[in-house]
Ligand binder design. Sequence first.
Ligand code: CA
Length: 230
Amino acid sequence: MVTILIVEDEPDLLSTLEYNLQRAGFHTQACLTGEEGLNWIADHGPPGLVLLDIMLPGISGIEVCYRLRAQEQTRATPVIFLSARAEEIDRVIGFELGADDYVVKPFNIRELILRIRAVLRRNGEETVTSIKTEESIGPLRLNRKRHQVWLNEVEVVLTPVEFRLLSLLLARKGVVQSREVLLTDVWHVNSLIQLRTVDAHIKRLREKLGAAGDMLETIRGVGYRIQAAC
Ligand code: CA
């Protein structure tokens, strides 16, 4: 059974969430503050997913997410933000920190459950697709074992970095990857001064893919993504 850690300081909302998520078949753990949530994870290990309120007493949900992403153990733990504020800035910060989704209060509980299931499914699939030898999307075909890419069955010659970049975006298709995440996972560096490197490589990759290059979407101020279905 998947455990969902809920960090929410409004007691009424917290019990509504617990009740409904349990009814939907999840195991829940409720925490009223970010500190409490982080302590629970330190004691019990990462949950299946974290529902994280942004406005919390003490450390904010943003800070909690930041700390989760900074630790090896919780780097990949799915996070869905709950927020009373709908400003774009929150959305951007949320995705830059690697949040998997973002729900604005007041929300429909059934919709929230659908989103939770979608995030869990996506995360499960990601593990599977990352070991898939071959993947196709639209006119594009990529073979991880042979390190080759074809566009309408004509081979496109990519540099090793371009290949890794495309392979990773395909493995995580539908999910926005921030430039920070791409730098870490493609280039294996943490230095943020090289963010423009990502842009330059995306640009070159787009040029090489011609019309199919449009599949590489720019999410302004956040990062890049390949649509789940083209
Ligand atoms: Ca709150």
